[in-house]
Design a protein around this ligand. Structure first.
Ligand code: UT7
Length: 329
């Protein structure tokens, strides 16, 4: 009887990119004050842990941020664009209505012929994209994937709404995920509950050459907060259970970077000390689908996440969507 070698997927390189314009809370507060919108560094830090975010220049698109992050990830993996046969871009701020940002990125990278598409799961997008890439690699449909989260959320912020405009920033993060006979990704868990569409949305659309409805972000922060702390715990427990691991096996928790208080609450529930949680929200703000791969790349390059570490990635956001990926790095 011939034995079949199991096929897994494994991250072989990470990369990220932030646009050069760092905007501190103080600078943002001063800019908002000119339009009569009142906020302060103290409020933003105390309620969210955010101290700064990066804003892309008006002509810089998600694919432009993504191309830098992707090149860094390819370099870290020792691969070139020609080695890639799958490109998944998670974004809610695509360059165009169509084609996908993944196809635009493919053209910039020169990874011609690879399957390329976008995933729209808002702040859970990277976890969704990574899960799809893992499934395609394990099934044999792909061998080497680029999975990217890239956002220019500054384009969809209402700078008259202080409850949202202080929270978000722009950026991109990427991984190269490759077929391997060793895991790699150990377990994944994705969910959505469309009953909560309205608590976090950009309700506008394009029709007949006009924007129909409101094209700016709306959020019921407290409703999102409450749902987020519940689902981040349940998704974490689900992937641990699927992988036959326990909380004690987690070396690093990398949750979606929206609010330090949500991360602290999740860590408490999982009995993890905060020094096992990668926190980049202070410097990046909430970069939606880019936040997890950005944080992963920062942690890898800082020497925190090392080969062989067990890492839990957790996304949560509009939809309402959420999910987790447990992996051995
Ligand atoms: O990426 C998807 C996931 N998104 C999230 O996870 C976001 C989840 N939600 C949150 O992180 C928090 O709910 C927020 C950071 C959005 C808000 O924090 P909060 O502790 O829930 O504050 P709040 O909404 O209860 O507002 C408290 C007060 C209010 O004033 P009153 O009613 O108490 O007088 C707000 O008007 O803070 C006021 N406020 C502000 N003050 C200064 C709201 N935004 C600001 C602001 N500056 N920027």
């Amino acid at each position: 009887m011939s034995s079949i070698t199991p096929r897994y997927s494994r991250i072989t390189g990470t990369g990220s990119y932030l646009p050069p314009n760092r905007v501190s809370n103080e600078a943002l507060a001063a800019q908002l004050a000119r339009d009569g919108v009142e906020t302060s560094d103290d409020w933003i830090v105390e309620r969210t842990g955010i101290r700064a975010r990066y804003f892309a220049a008006p002509d810089v698109t998600s694919s432009e941020l993504a191309v830098h992050a992707a090149r860094h990830a390819l370099e870290a993996a020792g691969r070139t664009a020609a080695d890639i046969d799958l490109i998944i871009v998670a974004t809610s701020t695509p360059d165009m209505v169509f084609p996908s940002t993944a196809c635009i990125l493919q053209n910039k990278l020169g990874a011609f012929g690879a399957a390329a598409f976008d995933v729209q799961a808002v702040c859970s997008g990277f976890v969704y994209g990574l899960t799809i890439a893992d499934s395609m690699i394990r099934s044999g449909a792909a061998t080497r994937a680029l999975v990217i989260g890239a956002e220019v959320f500054s384009r969809i912020l209402d700078f008259k709404d202080r409850t949202t405009c202080v929270l978000f920033g722009d950026g991109a993060g990427a991984v190269v995920l490759e077929a391997s006979d060793q895991p790699g990704i150990l377990a994944t868990d994705l969910h959505a509950d469309g009953r909560h569409v309205e608590i976090l949305c950009v309700p506008g659309n394009v029709s007949g050459g006009q924007v129909l409805g409101d094209p700016l972000l709306k959020m019921d922060g407290q409703a999102v907060f409450k749902l987020a702390v519940g689902v981040l715990e349940s998704a974490a427990r689900a992937v641990l259970h699927k992988a036959g691991r326990s909380e004690a096996d987690i070396d690093w928790l990398i949750p979606h970077q929206a609010n330090i208080r949500i991360m602290q609450s999740t860590a408490r529930k999982l009995k993890l000390p905060m020094d096992k949680v990668v926190v980049t929200v202070a410097e990046h703000g909430n970069t939606s689908a880019a936040s997890i791969p950005l944080a992963l790349d920062v942690a890898v390059r800082r020497g925190q996440v090392k080969r062989g570490d067990t890492v839990m990635l957790e996304g949560v956001g509009g939809g309402f969507t959420w999910g987790a990926v447990l992996l051995d790095y």
